[in-house]
Ligand binder design. Structure first.
Ligand code: NAG
Ligand code: NAG
Ligand code: NAG
Length: 205
């Protein structure tokens, strides 16, 4: 048991270092567009640009990363861990594509609501921040509408994730948002890795 954390750390590291296989992207379920992996890559590039912009993280000294999404994407989308024999302590449950995709759906709903509520709060330069974040919202919208990543009508569990209240003043709001966009970046890396894994379909073998 004492070695659990060590094993876990090395497993996590393996997952991070696992080289991409470079396999061509196979088509998933029929309703799943070929454009979707591309959209997730665009999302990652977009968030990277957002983080570089002067309009969000400038003058923010802290390099904290915050993730408030309640989705368990890291857990639900980490199949490699369960299959690596050296990873003791992992549950042996096999990878569920559905569970992974519904957690990603939940993440997207969370960040959609988060960004919208932020843009609706009192901001230092509302026009600049809207210009910065609207493209991100656009990509999220495409993903939710065109990639079957929207929760079904009768499933409101992903919507209960109420957006943050922004009443701490524009500087503190921006600081919080900067941290959360860093978290979104990290989460999007995880999601892209999961999409690559799902596309390659290795877990079905
Ligand atoms: C998210 O993943 C967790 C852990 O695998 C799972 O228990 C849960 O059901 C998933 N959530 C959804 C909405 O599928
Ligand atoms: C934006 O703010 C207004 C008033 O402050 C509120 O009525 C509205 O519901 C908010 N919209 C979103 C998307 O948060
Ligand atoms: C969904 O895909 C169609 C066809 O590619 C496109 O015309 C439409 O704009 C997309 N919807 C969104 C919200 O991006």
């Amino acid at each position: 048991m004492a070695n659990f954390h060590l094993y876990f750390a090395s497993c996590a590291l393996l997952l991070i270092l696992r080289p991409s296989t470079g396999l061509p992207v196979r088509n998933l379920s029929p309703e799943y567009h070929a454009q979707c992996p591309e959209l997730f890559k665009n999302l990652l590039l977009n968030i990277k640009e957002v983080l570089k912009s002067d309009d969000l993280c400038s003058s923010i000294m802290s390099d904290t990363v915050a993730i408030k999404s309640k989705a368990e994407t890291v857990l639900a989308c980490a199949p490699a861990l369960a299959q690596t024999s050296s990873c003791i302590g992992q549950s042996s449950s096999s990878f569920s594509e559905n569970e992974c995709l519904s957690n990603i759906t939940k993440d997207l709903a969370h960040y959609d609501a988060l960004i919208q509520s932020y843009l609706n709060s009192s901001l230092k330069s509302p026009e600049k921040e809207a210009k910065l974040l609207n493209p991100t919202l656009g990509i999220i919208k495409s993903l939710r509408e065109n990639c079957s990543l929207k929760a079904a009508e009768d499933d409101d569990s992903s919507e209960e994730d109420v957006a943050q209240t922004w009443d701490a003043g524009s500087f503190n709001n921006r600081q919080e948002m900067c941290k959360m966009m860093r978290g979104f970046y990290v989460r999007t890396i995880t999601i892209n890795r999961a999409m690559g894994y799902i596309s390659a379909g290795d877990y079905k073998k």
